[in-house]
Structure formats: C-alpha cells, structure tokens
Design a protein around this ligand. Structure first.
Ligand code: FE2
Ligand code: FE2
Length: 472
C-alpha cells in the first residue's frame, strides 16, 4: 500500500485501523503531541496559513501535495515505504536470513535505544528553532523553516509509531518522554549535545540544516539498511523528506555568500559590516562551529556499540548494499588515527568497531562537496576567498579528539594556550554573534529579502518570486 489514508484521525499507510489497540494508543499520544507543538513549536505562527507540502503517497515521484495549512492542523501521520516480499538481512552475523517483522528479543534494548536517540533529535530541532520565525529574512525562508519544522514533527511520529507498535509498555513510556525532554533544559535536556545548542539566528539555522540535518541523513541511511524491517521502511521515507532540509541549508548559505560578494563588488573599499552583510570570514567561523559540533553526533571513533549494532544487523553502513561487496566486516581492519599520550598515532582496529568513523567518512565527503558549491559563489563573483571544511579533529567534544586541541585546517595538535588564542579566529566571537543577531530583522513583504541574503534562484513548487508563502 503506497497511498495514504487521510480519512483517519491519524493519516497512515500501515492500515492502522485494523489494529485497534495500537490505534487507540497513538490517538492518546496525539493530543499530547499537539500540546507539545503548541508550546514548543513555532508558537507565534499557529494561526497563519503556510504554503506547505504534505505527503500523499510514498511513491518516489509526486509524493508531495502543496497547499495552505495552519501548522497545528498539519496532517502528521505514519508513512512507510512498501514491504519488499522475501527481504533478507543485508549485513552482519545474520546476513542472508529473513528480515525481522518484529523485534528480535536479544536486540530489543539496542533497537529501542537507537530509535529513542533518533526520535529525540526530531522534536529537539523544532525546539531549537522555535523563535526563528520572528526574524525570517523573507516569506520564502519563513515557509522553508516551517516546512522543516513540521517534517521534523513527522519524523517524531515515525519513531513513536515504532515505539508504540513494537516495544509495548516501555515503548509507550519512551514515547511520552520524547515530549517531556526539552532542548537546552538543564534538568531534562535532549539526549545529544548538539541538539541542546541554541539556534538563535538564521546563519546558524542554515548551518544546522546543512551539517546537523545531514548527520540525520547519514544516521537514517544506516538505519534504512536495518534487518528490523519496520525501521528500515520508515527511515527510507524519512530520507525523502530530509533532502529538502539540507537543500535549505546548502542554498541558504550560498545566498548569504552571494549577497556578501555582491556588496563587496559594489563597494570594494567598504567593510562588509558597514554595508549590513555578513563578512565571508564570519560565515567561515559559523561553518567551523556547526560542522565540528555535528561531527560529534556520529559518536566515538572506536566503539563497541557500533560493532554490536552492525553484528546484530540492526544498523549498517550508508549504502551498505550499493557500495560494499562484503557485508560481514568480520576479519577486516580499519586504519585509524588515535590520540595517545598527547600524540596522534596510527592504529588499526577491527572494522566493526570503526563503523561510526566509516559513516563519518561518507558524511565528510558529502560536506566537502557542499563547501565546493559555496566556493563557486565566490568564483562566479570573482572574489578571492576559499571556504574550507574544518579538520575532523577540530573542536570535538565527543570521541578520540575531545581531550586535545587541534588546528582547524591541518588537524595538527596544539598546546592549549596557542589553540585558545587561534580559536578566536576560527570560531564565532561574541562580537560576531552579536553582529549577526543584529542583522536579524523580519522581512514580511512578499518577494522582498533582507539586505544580508540574496533571493533564491527559484520559488518553491515553481511559484512566482512575489508569492505569499505565509499569510501573516
Ligand atoms: Fe528529521
Ligand atoms: Fe531534518
């Protein structure tokens, strides 16, 4: 079944009505979710009509339907890609066995933890972004923010469906707790650090959707390979939504760069700050901050959890089937740098223990392409500036490199004093953050953009440039 049943209280393509118990449990969770949305979502805009897309089918083409919706009325629901009959587990110790339609008892705790950790990031990001609507640089950007927000809400639904359907009482408890933790709250924080960092300005938002949502993409890619089929099917559909979030980040930063370059060409002798645009150096500092923070989300370089998850067949590598010929990863090693006694040393660890790093490798490759895309903006304008992706050892709080200090570009170890001094030039300073915040003023006239960002090349769903994406 690929079509979605919208006649139900909870839209779904999993024939929810045939399982009354599950349906009732989810219908009890639904009002709590709406309460959470009204309290912790973009609360100032609950009454406005927003031009949003909604899934109408999980088919590859034409799944989205565009129209005006008030956000609390958005049809959040449960959408899984179809089952492929005869599916086999694609990797790990159970490679070649039938996929699991239910949670295998011995992996129940691991699976629950993976699902809860993924689920927790979804409402967290909505909370982090909840005030951004008040300073959107255009209606186009405002709409994109809200599209990302409602889809993160739907991703929470995706994980809650799994918890309710397959994990009994403790799954239901976890589902409630997903609505109770709060991003940045000292007593009840979200699980992962990056999802507790404030996201107060649009430059941060674009970096977040570029780097942090992309971590989400790679986590989903690895779960989409899972031998636990309901998890694989739900994450496959989430991936189609995720692509838009990274588009927002990739093109958002590109537009900021384009506008700065334009201003620099107009008045080559003036300081970009005098012209009210974001200096390219400041953009680089924001990249360094969010890129390094997002690298932490992959976890420790050497990890017994990652080995367990892979061996169990519940979390694979990105594109496990497409990119690899061998799926057991049992007698192979992985060359890795480690941080021992204040030195970077070469080591080799069993491949399964390096799965976090393998996933991070793929992620880094994709980000580097994104940086090249931004550099083309400077090249096109004839501005001599090159953005760089920070070295993966830089500014890390999790894993092998958390205890040392490393150069932003070379990754060379540094002593603390030298690093702290240099980092003033690598990470956003308070002054820079204040400057960026000072630029954030809402622009609400259709077709108009804040001075610090260029208009997009194309409208959403082919709309005209002065389309009213949000009715204020
Ligand atoms: Fe998400
Ligand atoms: Fe996302």
């Amino acid at each position: 079944m690929t079509g979605i049943d919208y006649s139900q209280k909870i839209p779904n393509n999993v024939d929810l009505k045939s399982d009354k118990r599950l349906q009732r449990a989810l219908e009890r969770w639904q009002p709590d979710y709406i309460d959470w949305w009204k309290e912790m979502g973009p609360t100032h805009f609950n009454e406005n009509d927003v031009y949003l897309r909604t899934a109408i089918s999980v088919d590859r083409d034409g799944w989205a339907n565009f129209g005006y919706v008030k956000m609390p009325d958005y049809r959040w629901g449960i959408f899984l890609t179809p089952t492929e009959p005869g599916g086999k587990i694609g990797f790990g110790d159970h490679e070649g066995e039938d996929v699991w339609e239910n949670v295998p008892g011995e992996y129940r705790n691991w699976l629950r933890r993976l699902i809860v950790t993924q689920g927790d990031t979804e409402p967290a990001s909505v909370e982090q972004q909840r005030l951004l609507g008040l300073t959107a640089p255009s209606l186009y950007d405002l709409r994109n923010l809200f599209q990302v927000n409602v889809e993160e809400g739907r991703h929470l639904w995706a994980m809650v469906y799994l918890l309710h359907s397959y994990f009994g009482k403790d799954g239901r408890e976890e589902a409630s707790e997903l609505l109770e933790r709060r991003s940045g709250n000292a007593d009840s924080p979200r699980i992962l650090t990056t999802f507790n960092e404030p996201c107060h300005d649009w430059l941060s938002f674009f970096c977040f959707t570029m780097f942090t949502d992309r971590d989400g993409k790679f986590q989903l890619l690895s779960l989409a390979e899972s031998g636990f089929e309901p998890l694989a099917r739900t994450t496959r559909f989430m991936l189609t939504e995720e692509a838009h979030h990274m588009f927002v980040g990739q093109t958002g930063i590109a537009r900021v760069i384009r506008r700065t370059c334009e201003a620099m060409l107009e008045s080559p002798d003036k300081d970009p700050m005098e012209m009210g645009v974001v200096p390219l150096e400041i953009i680089q500092h924001y990249i360094n901050y969010w890129a390094s923070s997002s690298l932490d989300l992959f976890g420790a370089e050497v990890s017994s959890n990652s080995a367990n998850f892979f061996g169990a067949g519940i979390k694979g590598r990105a594109y496990e089937q497409k990119n690899y010929d061998e799926h057991k990863a049992i007698d192979q090693g992985y060359a890795i740098n480690r941080w021992q006694d204040g030195k970077v040393v070469n080591d080799e660890v069993p491949l399964r223990n390096a799965m976090n790093e393998v996933l991070r490798d793929e992620y880094v490759k994709e980000n580097e392409k994104g940086i090249q895309y931004w550099n083309r903006e400077c090249e096109k304008a004839g501005i001599d500036f090159k953005f760089t992706y920070p070295h993966r050892r830089f500014n890390r709080k999790v894993g092998e490199w958390a205890d040392g200090f490393f150069h932003v570009n070379t990754g060379e170890p540094m002593d603390e004093t030298a690093y702290k001094k240099a980092a003033l030039d690598w990470l956003p300073t308070q002054q820079e953050a204040d400057y960026v915040k000072g630029l954030m003023k809402a622009v609400t006239e259709p077709g108009k953009y804040a001075n610090w960002i260029a208009p997009p090349l194309r409208g959403i769903n082919g709309q005209e440039h002065d389309f009213e994406y949000v009715k204020l």
